[in-house]
Design a protein around this ligand. Sequence first.
Ligand SMILES: NC(=O)c1ccc[n+]([C@@H]2O[C@H](COP(=O)([O-])OP(=O)(O)OC[C@H]3O[C@@H](n4cnc5c(N)ncnc54)[C@H](O)[C@@H]3O)[C@@H](O)[C@H]2O)c1
Length: 435
Amino acid sequence: MPRPTLSVIGLGYLGATHAICMADLGYDVIGLDVDAGKVEALANGTVPFFEPGLDELLAKVLPTGRLTFTTSYDDIAEAADVHFLCVGTPQRKGENAADISYVDAAVESLATRLRRPCTVVGKSTVPVGTAERVAEQFAHNEVELVWNPEFLREGWAIEDTLHPDRLVFGVTSERGEQTMRAVFAPIIDTGVPVVVTDLATAQLVKVAANAFLATKISFINAMAEVCEVVHADVKKLSEALSYDERIGGRFLHAGLGFGGGCLPKDIRAFMARAGELGVDQALTFLTEVDAINQRRRARMVDLTRELLDDSLSGRRIGVLGAAFKPHSDDIRDSPALDVASRLHRAGAHVTVYDPAALANARRDYPALAYAESAVDAAAGADAVLHLTEWPEFVQMDPEVLGAVVNRRNVVDGRNALDATRWRAAGWHYRALGRP
Ligand SMILES: NC(=O)c1ccc[n+]([C@@H]2O[C@H](COP(=O)([O-])OP(=O)(O)OC[C@H]3O[C@@H](n4cnc5c(N)ncnc54)[C@H](O)[C@@H]3O)[C@@H](O)[C@H]2O)c1
C-alpha cells in the first residue's frame, strides 16, 4: 500500500502534536484549524502552546516539506487519504455534558466536501455513541470511520504519541483495521500493543481510563482528609500502599488534586452520558470523586487562612504555579489558579509565578498579580503556596526564598517539597494530609 497522505483537523495540544509526530514518521501531513492565527504560527515554525521538544520537532520536519497547514477544508478533502479528527470537546457551559458542536462542525465541513474514498479517524474524547452518529454523516460517501482514542499526557506528548502504552482501534470493518495498522505501522513495529474493537468500546476506553485515574487521585485525597483529623501522614500512607503491586504508586500522591482540559470534564461528561443511557447509578461514585477533588481546593484556602491567624484580608500571598500541571502551559481548570482566585476574592494580595503559563494566566485571570520569578512572587509574602509541581520549585533553596518573604510560611499543595529542609530553614511548613 503506498504511504497515505494524512490530514489532522484541529491543531490544539492533541492535533498539533499528532500532525508534527506523523510528519516526523515520514508521512505527508496537512494540518487544518479554523483558527487562522494558529495555522500561521505553525506554518512559521512556532508551536502556539508550550510542550517540551515540540518546537524543535516542528523545526526539524518543516524543511522536509512533508508538513503543511491550511484553513481550507477543500484542501484536505482533495489531498488526504486519512483524516484525523482532533477538535476540542470541552464541558458545556453550566452542564456536565460535553460540547460536541466542534466535532459536528468539523464533520459537516468535511463530509460535504469529500469526493474520494478515504478513512476518517476520530481521536477527540467523545460521549459514547458519538462515533456511530458521525458514521451516519459519512454513510453516503465511500468513507470508513474508525475511532482511535488518544491517551497522550501534556508534558510528555511526543513520547506518548510515538511510544504509546497501547493503540486502540474502534472499527466496523476489516478494511478499517488494515488502514489503521498500515498508518501506525512505524509505531506498531516497535512492539506497541494494539487493541482492535468496536466503536462503542473504543470511545469508552478513553473515558474509563480517565475515570479510573481520577478515582485513584481522589481516593488518596480522601485518605488525606482522614489523615488530617488523626494527625497521620498521608505521604507515608501512600508510600506504604505503593509497595503493594496490586495497588501501585502512580497517581497515588495526595495533594491539590487534578485539573486540566481532560480529567474533570471527561468524568463529568461520562456521568452525563450514563444518565442519558439510563445507567447513571453505575457512575454515581464519580460525583464523589469530583467532590473530593473540589474539596482539596477549598481545604488549601482554609489551611492558608489558618496559617495566617484566621485572616486572609490584606495578606500577601506568593503562589508558585499556574499551569494545571508541570511541563505544560495549559491552565484549563487549573487547581493552582482556582486557589489563587479564591484567595484573591477573600481579600488577599496574590502574586503568581509559573515557568510556562504566565501569558495564559494573565489573559484569563487579569485580576491577579504576576511576577517573573519565584523570588519576585514571594517578595514580602506572608505565605508562599506551592501549587504546581515544577522541578524548579521542588529544587528551590528555602534560604533564598526565605530572604525575601515577610513571614516564613509555606503551604505545599503538592506534597513535594522536602519538609525537613524547609523546617530546618525556619519555615512553618504545612501540607495537605500531613501533620
Ligand atoms: N490535551 C490533551 O492532553 C488531550 C489528551 C487526550 C485527548 N484529548 C482530547 O483531544 C481533543 C482535543 O483536545 P485539545 O486539548 O487538543 O483541545 P484544544 O482546545 O487545545 O484544541 C482544539 C482545536 O480544535 C480547533 N477547532 C475547533 N473547531 C474546529 C473545526 N470545526 N475545524 C477545525 N478545527 C477546529 C480549535 O481551534 C483548536 O485549535 C479533546 O476531545 C480532548 O479531550 C486531549
